[in-house]
Design a protein. Structure first.
Ligand SMILES: Cc1cc2nc3c(=O)[nH]c(=O)nc-3n(C[C@H](O)[C@H](O)[C@H](O)COP(=O)(O)O)c2cc1C
Ligand code: SF4
Ligand code: SF4
Ligand code: FES
Lengths: 449, 830
């Protein structure tokens, strides 16, 4: 079933290197795109049904078509912040098949008449950035783009778009596209008020119209240009075309990235690819889109659900960036709520009131419950606090941050009940959590020291 | 003014016509009397949508997809498509057909919820908070918030409660609601981006990025616009509760811009139970200072009640000054004056009010003298201001694209900070700001073009602009509106006269006179430099007295020796000197036969004429210090003794006489001067509205009246001859000394505000690095600068700020005075 549109390193070793990539049809899509009109390129991407892999699933071609072509300076920004909990696919793309993403970004740059491409990587990816810089330099030297670019577009103009990498400083919120733009501009990484949207004049990078796309999204583009939208649509199901990289982690035997066509079911992913439960336990819950999406209780119905943008809606959940975190029956769901809430509290940018204060408040009450001091009214309280956050925050982070509370209570009410009616006590929780951490610490300690 | 385009918006079911382009929060407030609650939004700054307090329901009429016609329901009402999520009103611009709901449950819940969130980690120390009683958070909680907390924990968020952001402002991190108003004020309004957020989430907090901390002349304004009590001034902190104070309208006594202020008074034990100035606040005047004031006036008020004040008349006997009664003092002075046979000179400082100037002049004129000297003798050209000063209706806040402000020979930030603030914003709105000086000044940061000329040659530069700066000449010629602002830095009095004439000529030649937002401005020191001219005083007459000293000299509110050490030589030749002074100074110490104690601006009524010729009232706030009297009253009583008529009973009566006698003041009486009108943004209008713009005061004291220029009145104004002055040339081993102005200095009055001391610079001089290298001087070395027979020791500041061959020597920082005008002298390492 596997088809490697993106993970081509599985078929062609060392494709990360410019020479290998070039020999295997690399940058042909760029040349093909340059021979077409910009509108043709955008229409092709539109027709392919390619949707953003960064989480929101917004149709990519439509996004490109928002850019005013008569504006003198537009930008492409590649979102390589990859900070959603449980997401680790963009790193693999950039490490193993970087040129395909670069080529996709260049095609986008041509289509929207961009002056430059910025790749924004999370700060921890400094090594990835260095390697990328080296590969970009090779391709640039080969005259594919940049000030000495030798390619010509359909109008006979030289293609001189250049590409730069930019490292963030370690904040989840900088994956949100407007906070990311602020960060590139050297400003505080806080989201901007919309409208204007990044695609509008006044809303993008340095106020210029900008397309922000995820790494994986752009890595799909060369394939689409080479093989055509019709071929692409044959992969996947319905409005979810193509392949998706599923970042599988948690209590499965074989965690990792799996590039699979949309429509594969949870059962296939968890058992056929993931190898089933890790310690012979039973799957209990799935976070299909990392910490930010609603949790699912594992049932046969869920297991047989095809993984598409639409099908997960049935369970009030989302596919997001497809960072599938699987938990077995040893996991306490209230602990999960608390753990994920702590993440959001730590990462809230603090710009708007409901998220800044709400995450702090939720965390405090969840701590109280897990310390054994919770009351039944506490569950109602955090539900209410979380629901008050969702409609009032400035950016989607606030909605994400409320999800763990709302959906763990909705989906696993009995677990909360156990904590607040006294049937569950903190000591048990500690007994589970501590040895695991100590094991890791012991393994990490240098021997003989 | 052009007709403003109107659009129709519907708020809570009622349609309103509002100006297109207006912010929704403003529109709702100004036209529908609907107070959408806000924290982060401020009408003077760009919206950021952070606090989420202003959430409203927003919608547009539903349209038939085919006909594009608006769809109506069965009752004929427009069908509105409401957006699923609430929208922040502060980030919306009104547009035609906009529908808003502010009274639905959804909106009420959102307001309640945002307040509940804000209160979860707020310390609620209202009982000891400076803002308590005028706090947006308190008021909005009362109006829209939850009555009870659901955040029940024994401990709340704890952050630092005393974080000095600099020497003047203290931050309470727990009280801060992260609205960023303070940061945005510094970024957008001032241009000193010295504040920032640090960290994120609930630990997001305000820090200062500058060294020294919060380095700006406008920091106090952030405490006004902070919607909570997170920012306090070291001066007022824990000083009083807002409701205990009475606001008295007043005017910045140092400011050529004439900033409107409010003296907030309380009966205070620290002042013997008398009404004491607890804080100085901005008073809204959109023509003058909007809702901003400089830190100098906010913190510099301590002299009004200082122990150092002279509290009784003093008479010199055997070399010593002794307290005497007013009767004895005035009899003595009257006797001296009568015996002078009209050989009398009068020199009055620029802090004296119009009434003072008039009353003193009557005394001197009555004795047959016309020698009315203005002090200090740095700026001149009042007659040109009267002809082609900025046109009536000028508002620096309205300058923008296509307009030009040309600043010559001024360090405007140090001289008139409020003008600097407003011109910086004009620049942001698209006005071209051209700055020309012999050296780099701070305004260069906000300039579209900067030019340098040889020290002393400002008039040469401007008079020949086409050659000296063709680009500037072109910009000036094609400017939609043009304001030329002159200073006197690096100039002699003749130099400034020539510069003023050159500026006037340029304005006349390019047709930029007699219209609003066009004309001449100058940075006259003090609050009433322009008033001096209108009441017949000129610096030239002060200079003339040096050449031919009078027998008797009256010196009023002028610290002549601190301004110009060289006057000692001719003061010695004056037989009798009478001083009218608030504080001891060089004149009272060495020269005065009689010292008459005068009142400060806070103790009496009066008017000042600002640089834009706006005559503005200040009101009595504090009781008198000792036996001191208003200057005009002393003059009137003296006049009475001299048989010149009965003393007036009030400053208002003096103004009546001025209005009847001086054409420029025609029709001005205290009632006309105290007229107010509705201003936008409407601060302190309704009882609930201080949160909207902070705690700036509503103007109840008057917006003032502008004296029209000759050009305003349609009289023909003609260019005049520019008499280019000789420029001091440094000989071998000599330097050109360029005295400069510092806003914070050690002048007698300002020195008494100890809170500002840490921010007053150690005496220094800027030296060019090439010169410094030759002399073996590095930054921080002590150097001796000698000129005009005197010398001072200061620290060298080698920063490239001074042009080669010159030193820039700030005045009023050292104990010994430095030269007042450009000169030559020696510099040596100590
Ligand atoms: C809080 C938050 C964090 C996000 N983090 C990421 C991220 O790490 N990487 C990413 O590609 N998109 C992230 N996004 C989504 C981006 O805002 C944006 O939608 C995306 O980069 C668009 O690219 P796409 O259309 O190709 O998906 C995040 C969004 C939010 C609200
Ligand atoms: S919702 Fe959270 S992350 Fe988004 S702007 Fe508000 S505080 Fe920042
Ligand atoms: S200190 Fe005051 S003005 Fe500044 S962010 Fe905090 S609450 Fe707002
Ligand atoms: S979000 Fe509109 S006032 Fe703060």
């Amino acid at each position: 079933m596997s088809l490697n549109i993106i993970f081509r390193e599985k078929d062609i070793p060392n494709i990360r290197e410019f020479d290998v990539y070039s020999k295997n049809g690399g940058y042909e899509a760029l040349k093909k795109a340059l021979s077409q009109t910009r509108k043709q390129v955008i229409d092709e991407v539109k027709a392919s049904n390619l949707r953003g892999r960064g989480g929101a699933g917004f149709p990519t071609g439509v996004k490109w078509s928002f850019i005013p072509q008569d504006n003198p300076i537009n930008y492409v920004v590649v979102n390589a912040d990859e900070s959603e909990t449980g997401t680790f696919k963009d790193r693999q793309i950039m490490e193993n098949n970087p040129h395909q993403m670069i080529e996709g970004a260049l095609i986008c740059a041509y289509a929207i008449k961009a002056a430059a491409v910025y790749i924004y990587l999370r700060g921890e990816f400094w090594d990835v950035a260095h390697a990328l810089d080296a590969e970009i330099a090779r391709a640039r030297k080969a005259g594919l783009f940049g000030p000495n670019g030798k390619l010509k577009d359909a109008d006979g103009n030289p293609f001189k778009v250049d590409i730069f990498t930019h490292l963030g400083a370690g904040a989840y919120i900088c994956g949100e596209e407007t906070a990311l733009l602020n960060s590139i501009e050297g400003k505080l990484g806080q989201p901007r008020v919309r409208p204007p949207f990044p695609a509008n004049k006044g809303g993008g990078l340095y106020n210029e119209p900008t397309v922000v796309n995820n790494v994986e999204t752009l890595a799909n583009v060369p394939w689409i240009i080479n093989n055509g939208a019709e071929e692409y649509k044959k992969i996947g199901v319905g409005s979810s075309s193509g392949t998706k990289i599923f970042c599988l982690s948690g209590h499965v035997k074989n965690p990792g990235n799996y590039e699979l066509p949309f429509g594969v079911t949870f059962r296939q992913l968890l058992y056929d690819y993931g190898g089933g439960p890790l310690n012979g336990g039973e799957f209990k819950a799935i976070l299909p889109s990392g910490g930010s999406g609603p949790i699912l209780r594992v049932t046969d119905e869920v297991l047989d659900t095809p993984l598409t943008y639409d099908d997960l809606r049935k369970f009030n959940s989302i596919l997001g960036s497809a960072s599938v975190i699987v938990m077995d029956d040893t996991v306490d769901i209230v602990w999960v709520a608390s753990k994920v809430t702590k993440f959001f509290k730590h990462e809230s940018c603090g710009k708007c009131t409901p998220c800044r204060e709400g995450t702090y408040w939720l965390d405090k009450v969840l701590d109280r419950i897990l310390a054994g001091g919770g009351k039944e009214s506490d569950v109602d309280l955090i539900m209410s606090v979380a629901k008050n956050m969702q409609p009032t925050t400035l950016c989607a982070f606030g909605e994400f941050a409320a999800n763990p509370t709302i959906w763990t209570i909705n989906v696993f009410p009995e677990e909360f009940k156990a904590w607040v009616d006294g049937s569950k006590k903190p000591a048990e929780e500690k007994a589970v959590a501590r040895p695991a951490r100590e094991r890791v610490a012991a393994a990490a300690a240098p021997a003989g020291d | 003014m052009a007709e403003q385009k109107l659009v129709t918006i519907t708020i809570d079911g009622k349609a309103y016509q509002v100006p297109a382009g207006e912010n929704l929060v403003d529109a709702a407030r100004n036209h529908a009397d609907n107070q959408i609650p806000v924290f982060c939004y401020h009408p003077k700054m760009a919206p950021v949508g952070m606090c989420r307090m202003c959430l409203v329901e927003m919608g547009t009429p539903e349209r038939d997809p085919n006909t594009r016609e608006i769809v109506h329901d069965e009752d004929g009402n427009v069908k509105v498509r409401w957006m699923p999520k609430l929208q922040t009103a502060c980030t919306q611009t009104v547009s035609d057909g906009m529908y808003i709901r502010t009274t639905t449950d959804q909106v009420a819940d959102a307001r309640n919820n945002v307040l509940e969130f804000l209160l979860t980690s707020h310390p609620l120390d209202c009982p000891v908070c400076d803002k308590g009683g005028e706090c947006a958070l308190q008021d909005l909680t009362m109006a829209h918030g939850p009555g009870k907390t659901r955040m029940v924990f024994s401990e709340k968020m704890h952050l630092d409660k005393i974080v000095p952001l600099g020497d003047l402002i203290v931050l309470d991190e727990e009280r801060c609601i992260q609205c960023a108003r303070c940061i945005r004020f510094q970024d957008e309004i001032v241009g000193d981006d010295v504040l920032a957020f640090h960290e994120r989430g609930r630990t997001l907090r305000i820090i200062t990025k500058s060294d020294p901390g919060f380095d700006t002349y406008f920091s106090g304004n952030t405490t006004d616009i902070c919607p909570v009590g997170a920012l306090t001034t070291v001066d007022f902190r824990f000083g009083a509760r807002p409701w205990e104070m009475t606001s008295v309208p007043s005017i910045d006594p140092w400011d050529a811009a004439g900033s409107n202020i409010s003296l907030d008074m309380r009966l205070d034990r620290d002042f013997g139970g008398r009404a004491m100035i607890k804080r100085v606040m901005p008073r809204q005047n959109e023509w003058v200072n909007e809702i901003w004031i400089s830190d100098k006036v906010r913190f510099g008020h301590h002299f009004t009640r200082a122990e150092e004040r002279i509290c009784a008349p003093l008479l010199r006997n055997n070399g010593n000054l002794n307290e005497v009664s007013w009767t004895e003092a005035l009899d003595t002075v009257a006797g001296v004056l009568k015996a002078a046979n009209g050989d009398i000179g009068l020199i009055v400082g620029s802090g004296a009010s119009n009434e003072d100037l008039w009353a003193l002049r009557q005394v001197v004129n009555g004795l047959g003298s016309e020698r009315l000297g203005a002090w200090p003798v740095t700026h001149t050209g009042g007659e040109l201001i009267a002809q082609v000063g900025v046109g009536k209706g000028t508002n620096l806040g309205k300058l923008g694209k296509g307009d030009v402000v040309l600043i010559v020979a001024s360090d405007i930030e140090e001289e008139v900070p409020i003008w600097r603030l407003r011109i910086k914003q004009a620049h942001d709105r698209g006005a071209a700001v051209i700055v020309a000086n012999a050296r780099k000044t701070r305004m260069d940061d906000f300039a579209s073009h900067t030019f340098r000329y040889e020290a002393g040659k400002a008039a040469h530069w401007l008079a020949d602009l086409k050659k000296s700066a063709p680009e500037a000449a072109e910009a000036v010629k094609s400017a939609a509106n043009l304001i030329i602002l002159t200073g006197a830095e690096g100039l002699t009095l003749e130099g400034h006269a020539a510069l003023m004439q050159a500026a006037a000529n340029l304005l006349i030649e390019t047709g930029h006179v007699g219209k609003p937002n066009n004309g001449l401005l100058s940075t006259f020191p003090g609050a009433n430099g322009v008033g001096q001219y209108y009441l017949g005083y000129t610096p030239e007459q002060s200079v003339a007295m040096a050449a031919k000293p009078p027998k008797v000299l009256l010196v009023a509110q002028a610290d002549m020796l601190a301004d110009d050490p060289s006057v000692a030589a001719w003061l010695d030749k004056v037989e009798t000197i009478i001083s009218f002074s608030m504080l001891p100074d060089g004149i009272t110490a060495k020269f005065a036969k009689v010292v008459l104690p005068i009142q400060s601006f806070a103790e009496r009524d009066g008017t000042f004429t600002n640089g834009e010729r706006r005559v503005q009232r200040f009101y009595t706030a504090q009781g008198p210090m000792g036996w001191s009297l208003p200057l005009w009253q002393i003059a009137n009583r003296l006049g009475e003794k001299l048989g010149q008529g009965k003393a007036k009973l009030s400053a208002a009566a003096v103004m009546k006489e001025i209005a009847a006698s001086v054409p420029a003041f025609e029709g001005m009486d205290y009632r006309a001067l105290s007229k107010v009108e509705k201003q936008y943004p409407d601060v302190g209008g309704a009882s609930d509205s201080y949160y909207y713009s902070g705690t700036a005061c509503k103007n109840t004291g008057g917006l003032g009246v502008v004296i029209p220029t000759a050009a305003d009145k349609g009289e023909t104004v003609k260019a005049g001859e520019v008499k280019l002055p000789a420029v001091p040339k440094a000989g071998k081993g000599e330097f050109v000394i360029i005295p400069s102005t510092r806003l914070y200095n050690r002048e007698a009055q300002f020195k008494l505000s100890t809170v500002v001391h840490p921010r007053v610079m150690v005496p220094f001089a800027e030296i060019n690095s090439a010169d410094a290298a030759k002399l073996g001087i590095t930054s921080g070395d002590v150097v001796q600068i000698s000129a005009n027979g005197g010398s001072v020791r200061v620290r060298a500041n080698v920063n490239g700020g001074a042009p080669e061959g010159s030193v820039v020597l700030p005045r009023h920082l050292t104990d010994e005075p430095v030269p007042m005008a450009i000169t030559v002298g020696q510099v040596s390492k100590v």
